[in-house]
Design a protein around this ligand. Structure first.
Ligand SMILES: [Zn+2]
Length: 130
């Protein structure tokens, strides 16, 4: 993966979202500390979305599954309010108006997107091939 200028080209190996970043599976800071200059080894770099990359930060994990499990917990904790919102039916939404309708519709879209992300985080290694 040489370039991430086309962000729609790559998918995040963790959540399946559009990749905007190159994630070092073993953090650069750790490898540099160990005196190894191979931190840009292609086997250590995967495509990741900004949020997964930021949540994972420089933590060290043994497997991709461990990373995905960690990220799953982070997403659940961070977005607990959106995820615990009740689902509104189309009929219920159609009975609302103005700012309230806009706000609840926006939350519903956010919740659906998060649920999709979480379902992909639960799938072991869907986007990762060894
Ligand atoms: Zn992601």
């Amino acid at each position: 993966m040489s370039s991430f200028t086309n962000t729609r080209k790559y998918r995040c190996v963790y959540c399946g979202g559009f990749a905007e970043a190159r994630d070092h599976i073993i953090p650069r800071s750790f490898i540099c500390r160990e005196g190894n200059s191979g931190f840009d080894d292609v086997n250590n770099i995967v495509a990741a979305c900004g949020r997964c990359n930021s949540f994972k930060s420089n933590k060290i994990f043994d497997t991709i599954e461990e990373i995905k499990n960690y990220l799953f917990e982070r997403y659940c904790n961070k977005y607990i309010k959106v995820l615990s919102m009740p689902d509104w039916s189309e009929k219920e939404l159609s009975e609302l108006e103005g700012a309230l309708k806009k706000s609840i519709s926006s939350y519903m879209r956010q919740k659906k997107a998060l649920e999709l992300r979480l379902s992909i985080l639960e799938m072991p290694g869907l986007y990762y091939e060894e």
